[in-house]
Design a protein around this ligand. Sequence first.
Ligand SMILES: Cc1cc2nc3c(=O)[nH]c(=O)nc-3n(C[C@H](O)[C@H](O)[C@H](O)COP(=O)(O)O)c2cc1C
Length: 186
Amino acid sequence: MPAWNQRLTKSLHQTRNQPESRYFQLATIDGEGIPENRTVVFRQLDDADYSLVIVSDTRSGKWASLTHQPMASVCWYFSKTREQYRFTVAGSCFTRNDEPTLINKHWSKLSDAGRKQYFWGRPSSVRQNDAPLRVNVDMSQPPEHFCVMKFKIQAVDYLSLQGNPQYREKHWQDKAGNWITQPVIP
Ligand SMILES: Cc1cc2nc3c(=O)[nH]c(=O)nc-3n(C[C@H](O)[C@H](O)[C@H](O)COP(=O)(O)O)c2cc1C
């Protein structure tokens, strides 16, 4: 297991009782080259290809941006352990048309409240007169626009504020695919 993965596994364990430690910031680049950033829920670290997994909506801005530019950046701060991870990632997006098993797995884990959000209407479209967002549909099956996004980790910049001095290290893969770790000045 790469050293960064051991650290992240430990951070997740130490903060397992803090729901806010499951949120990270995902930054992408839109079609005009402008950075955009938003909070998302961490769903899984896929050990098979070292990717961070989230669920989202194909009608959201991030889908369009990732289609244009798959490279993205994740910033994740664990306030309890005072650790920051910055991941350079390559995004890929899946719907029920290409990965039905993956989609059903993540849909089945969502609460009713989580599922409802996917039936409110097109994200970012105009909401008329504060119209109520009522949902009276069968939510047992995921809609076509429900998607899973995987962000394959390519490099990691880790910073710990626990000690004095602080500790920072970088992680990347060499040409043979081995993970290299290098402590650097914070
Ligand atoms: C705590 C929190 C968790 C969120 N989790 C997600 C998520 O897992 N997936 C998602 O698509 N949006 C999530 N959002 C909403 C996004 O931050 C964002 O507003 C939305 O996805 C539209 O972003 P976009 O237009 O840049 O794609 C979350 C927002 C907050 C505040």
